[in-house]
Ligand binder design. Structure first.
Ligand code: AHR
Length: 617
């Protein structure tokens, strides 16, 4: 492998080349990164109809002691459904309530993770014609009380906000929230929320999952989907205005592509906040009047245009502007650094896409000339027939084909719009539930992108997250349940590219590459202490060991430091090896010190592996 370290042939890698794509799929947000523990907190999951669907809430007590139903009497205008709890038993008299009381419980998203010593903030709204005396508790899967307190009020004839903090005395990853009473009467409830108090910076993000994202050092974050943005039908698509403001007032919506209700606690503001917290440039994918099954004709697209211009003002506008002031009231007076938008998702071939796209392009460029616009149409092999800053490219295929697509952008245009590979992954049988083979093939593909960083601006794996209880899409980068998480090999593979954003790409070429099973790239970069590094990445997609003779040219004499160099390898005994909750570190990068380093050196690369050779220069 010849590496040419001279500046003449070097290229600057975009600051945004490797990033992440967050989609509300597989309960990635609701029941995932968004730390809300109550599922269906507004009893709205059936949509705005009566009776609504209160699942997964359930009753504590029998039919003769308590009746749960819904009506439309909530104080919240945009989510009118309230839960009506009629208690038929009492502390004394002919029908005495059971000792523990009657009421309702919520198991969260397949169990709430309650941890000893931690505090949980419970907020709910209630109304009753009489005094209330309730017990609220967090109960473990064996029935053990982990935290409990009483809520007493003499007059809540008008809707009243109740707030209590529950201190956990025990730990259980499958706990539930219980609201019970032994007092006869009728109580209405709405917007019952339970949040751990230790979310990332208090911004509502589950810490362990946030840290896994942060560790990828993403240059950008594309959000909130995917198909989630489009919807099967436009009426169920993500509409940003419905997801901002006080959480209690958000209507929530049913994501009809991935088939679950979200209360939209993780809304437009929170996505922008998340990008900022990650240090990643936000990329907002918006619906341009096109869903999977219906479309708005270009002649009627104006309301959609205005909605998006308002969304941009919300993110970028001055705190005194109409929508900027709404953002400021939510706690972020400074504008968010939103510089990229994608017009729709995978909609290029749809009848109204181009017409609608042009309307959005013109209106956005007029109002925000600095915003970069991404088209859904692929411009890799022929020029687009419409203006754009970037074109979208998605690839889901088997391992061989993804690895074989590494040279895809070798001949892509160097002028005009650059590529945004916003979704890539190995799928199908050889992906398993996240196999080594998939990760190695994807790494080869990414090295191809890195070597073409003058034609490719950004790339992100998809999907990012899966809650193990809702594996709608497989495979995914990060697998979690209520209390634990692990990275698939595809997650760890991305760690090898963490230093590439903003680095310098060097020329790296093979003198011989038997069966084209090798691909490599070389970069130089500086760490936070301004120390310079040279990283050579090699993928061996073949099934034999290869001894690589590395020759580094163009470096100053003796500029490779004698110590501090390392070799990091992602491989495993079997190409189909995966990580799991039982063995989360079966396929992870393994780093060793390299002591015999120089401008000429031999390095052995294992079969089906991704290897990074890191030299201090
Ligand atoms: O990543 C999963 C889905 O794949 C996305 O929602 C969509 O854009 C693509 O079809």
């Amino acid at each position: 492998l010849y590496v040419n370290a001279s500046e003449a042939s070097a290229k600057k890698i975009p600051q945004t080349l490797f990033g992440i794509f967050f989609e509300e799929i597989n309960h990635a947000g609701a029941g995932g990164l968004w730390a809300e523990l109550v599922s269906n907190r507004g009893f709205e999951a059936g949509g705005p109809n009566v009776p609504s669907n209160i699942d997964p809430w359930s009753v504590i007590g029998n039919e003769s002691s308590v009746i749960l139903s819904t009506d439309r009497t909530s104080c919240f205008e945009r989510n009118k459904i309230a839960l009506r709890m009629e208690v038929l038993c009492d502390r004394e008299g002919s029908k005495v309530c059971p000792a523990g009381g009657v009421g309702m419980c919520n198991p969260g998203f397949w169990g709430m993770n309650i941890e000893q010593g931690k505090a949980y903030k419970l907020v709910f709204y209630a109304r009753s014609s009489g005094p209330i005396d309730m017990s609220v508790s967090l109960t473990g899967s064996t029935g053990l009380t982990l935290a409990a307190t009483n809520v007493v009020a003499s007059d809540i004839s008008n809707w009243t906000k109740m707030e209590v903090t529950l201190q956990a005395k025990g730990t259980d990853a499958k706990a539930r929230l219980q609201l019970t009473t032994t007092r006869k009467g009728v109580i209405w409830f709405d917007q019952v929320s339970l949040m751990p108090t230790d979310t990332y910076k208090g911004h509502g993000f589950r810490n362990d999952l946030f840290e896994m994202l942060k560790n990828l050092k993403p240059g950008f974050m594309r959000f909130p989907g995917g198909c989630f943005v489009e919807g099967e039908w436009l009426r169920n698509a993500f509409r940003w205005k419905e997801t901002i403001g006080h959480w209690e007032e958000r209507p929530g919506h049913f994501g009809d592509v991935w088939h679950y209700w979200t209360d939209d606690g993780l809304g437009h503001f929170e996505f922008l906040q998340l990008s900022e917290d990650l240090g990643a440039a936000p990329i907002w994918v918006f619906n341009n009047g096109v869903s999977h099954n219906d479309e708005v004709a270009t002649s009627s697209i104006s309301p959609f245009l205005q909605e998006i211009l308002d969304g941009l003002e919300f993110a970028k506008g001055d705190a005194k502007s109409k929508w900027g002031s709404v953002r400021a009231a939510m706690g972020h007076p400074e504008p968010f650094d939103l510089r990229y938008v994608a017009v729709g998702n995978e909609d290029c071939g749809k009848p109204y896409y181009r017409g609608n796209y042009l309307k959005f392009y013109t209106a956005i460029k007029h109002a925000y000339p600095d915003i970069k616009i991404i088209s859904n149409c692929d411009g890799s092999s022929q020029p687009l027939d419409h203006p754009a800053d970037f074109y979208d490219y998605h690839i889901y295929s088997n391992a061989k084909s993804v690895f074989g697509t590494a040279p895809k952008f070798d001949k892509a245009p160097r002028s005009g719009p650059k590529a945004f590979v916003s979704e890539y992954a190995v799928t199908g049988d050889d992906a398993g539930k996240g196999s080594l083979l998939a990760a190695v093939a994807e790494a080869g593909f990414l090295i191809g992108l890195e070597n073409n960083c003058d034609a490719v601006e950004m790339a992100s794996y998809a999907p990012l997250f899966v809650n193990i209880n809702d594996r709608t899409w497989n495979p995914d980068a990060i697998v979690f349940d209520s209390s634990k998480a692990y990275g698939t090999p595809s997650y760890w593979m991305q760690h090898f590219f963490r230093e590439s954003n903003g680095a310098t790409l060097l020329d790296a070429s093979f003198r011989s590459n038997p069966s084209n099973s090798l691909i490599a790239s070389a970069i130089t970069w500086k760490d936070t202490d301004r120390r310079a590094h040279l990283r050579i990445k090699v993928v061996n997609f073949g099934s034999n060991n290869v001894t690589l003779q590395i020759s580094i040219n163009g470096l100053e004499v003796n500029s490779i430091q004698p110590s501090g160099s390392t070799k990091t390898v992602l491989t495993s005994g079997n190409v189909m090896d995966e990580n799991s909750f039982e063995a989360p570190n079966k396929v992870v990068p393994v780093k060793i010190e390299l002591d015999d380093v120089g401008k000429e050196m031999d390095v052995v690369v294992s079969p089906h592996s991704l290897t990074s050779i890191d030299l201090l220069i």
